[in-house]
Design a protein around this ligand. Structure first.
Ligand code: ATP
Length: 417
């Protein structure tokens, strides 16, 4: 039996993963549970609280191996409903919880529909009525509170499939909720050194970034690709007392939100990977760096914002004619790609005119397109015979990403390629 939950928290209160963790604790007493999932969906959804994540659980059967009876199913549903009602911030206008229940039988019968739905919630903005149609089609039950938008992500989480990574989430003692978190940044830096590449996005420079900034019950989260390493990593972090922890299966760090696009097919609020040629030299507009790329179908602007910090220097060093692949999400207004990563495939060669004469003198232009004349030996060189010297570019071909603190949950760090 599958359970999906989403949109229970606000920036001031709670966290949907906390409900998932409490449910795991309670249900594990009677039932064999699969690893819970924390699935991120389209990061372009405007009404998300933080990272547009939905939680789902799967009850595999009773602990004694028996299948679930109708009484079990009723007990499970009641447990879920009670905890969602206890730990949802109903007062927050933007919090619209939703719960989805789906049987194993209906899941197995509808894998293709679910798979397509997962792709859609990752890449498009979905209307709740569309989700309701799919829920009816696959025979799922759902409960909506207020606008009930949470059912969109709740079903998305159930429907998710590989690639996956993991996140170990630790939670604070209740009396600490809302207070400043105590985490020794140095211990996180050490942990990072010892556990990469099996953990990622722990630090930005010397600053730990595993703790959220909101008042939620989460103390910190460590992301990675090996469950055992995550447990070791948790033991390396010095912090205030941990109340509980849980490892979630997640689609974070996978780039699953991106698709290859021809420029003419790009539309707003989706993730793209576009191959093209830089068609305008980068411009600095306040703290933003902007350039255009083209392919045989059209052109589009690409943008690096202030939080991407030194990544903007890479963008500033691009020149017209460079061949690149831009990874990012598309804003609607202005219509442009917000860059998450860039692969510089081939740098265009850049030249300057050689102004040195063989005699040691300096060649001076005789006017636009008219060739050069030496200021010493007075020799003239026709325009077409002026020698060109290749200049060294300020950037090298390679794959570049925004700093950890500016990275989206779904973005695959270069470390994992
Ligand atoms: P939480 O921790 O509560 O899940 P969050 O940052 O994940 O916080 P939500 O508060 O859940 O954000 O808000 C996101 C909302 O967007 C949810 O109601 C979810 O169901 C919905 N949603 C998810 N994916 C899509 C999508 N592709 N199109 C439209 N709505 C979506």
């Amino acid at each position: 039996m599958f359970i999906g939950i989403d949109d229970t928290d606000s920036r001031d209160k709670y966290c949907t993963t906390y409900i998932g963790t409490l449910l795991m604790e309670q249900l594990e007493k009677k039932y064999k549970m699969d690893i819970p999932k924390l699935i991120r969906m389209n990061p372009m959804v405007k009404y998300k609280t933080r990272g547009n994540g939905g939680v789902s659980l799967r009850v595999l059967g009773k602990n004694d191996g028996a299948p679930l009876s109708n009484r079990d199913i009723e007990y499970i549903k009641e447990t879920v409903i009670n905890l969602v009602e206890k730990y949802s911030d109903f007062e927050c206008e933007g919090t619209n919880p939703g719960i989805v229940f789906l049987s194993e039988e209906n899941y197995n019968k509808n894998k293709e529909i679910l798979n397509n739905y997962y792709k859609k919630v990752l890449k498009d903005i979905v209307d709740i009525n569309y989700t309701k149609e799919i829920l009816d089609k696959v025979g799922a039950e759902y409960i909506i509170y207020k606008k009930g938008l949470g059912i969109i992500g709740a079903l998305g989480s159930i429907a998710s499939n590989p690639p996956f990574t993991y996140e170990l989430l630790t939670y604070r003692k209740k009396e600490k909720w809302g207070t400043k978190r105590t985490i020794d940044s140095n211990s996180v830096v050490e942990m990072d050194k010892k556990t990469i590449p099996y953990t990622y996005n722990n630090v930005d420079g010397n600053k730990q970034i595993i703790a959220p900034n909101t008042k939620c019950p989460v103390l910190y989260g460590i992301r990675g690709t090996k469950k055992e390493t995550l447990l070791e990593a948790m033991n390396m972090v010095n912090s205030e007392e941990i109340d509980k922890y849980r490892i979630y299966l997640t689609n974070q760090g996978t780039d699953i939100h991106l698709r290859n696009f021809k420029i003419k097919d790009i539309y707003a609020n989706t993730g793209v990977r576009v191959y093209g040629e830089v068609s305008s030299n980068p411009k600095n507009i306040k703290n933003i760096v902007l350039f255009e790329i083209k392919d045989h179908t059209g052109t589009i602007n690409c943008i690096a914002y202030e939080p991407t910090k030194s990544f903007r220097n890479i963008i500033r060093a691009l020149k017209m004619g460079d061949l690149v692949a831009v990874y990012g999400t598309v804003r609607d207004s202005p219509f442009e790609i917000n860059i998450e990563k860039i692969k510089i495939i081939k740098l265009a060669k850049q030249y300057i005119k050689d102004k040195k004469c063989e005699c040691g003198g300096t060649l001076k232009s005789k006017g636009k397109g008219s060739g050069y004349k030496c200021n010493k030996c007075k020799k003239t060189i026709p325009y077409n015979d002026i020698k060109l010297i290749e200049i060294k570019r300020d950037v090298i071909e390679g794959f570049y990403e925004v700093p950890v603190s500016a990275r989206r949950h779904l973005s695959k760090p270069l470390l994992l390629f």
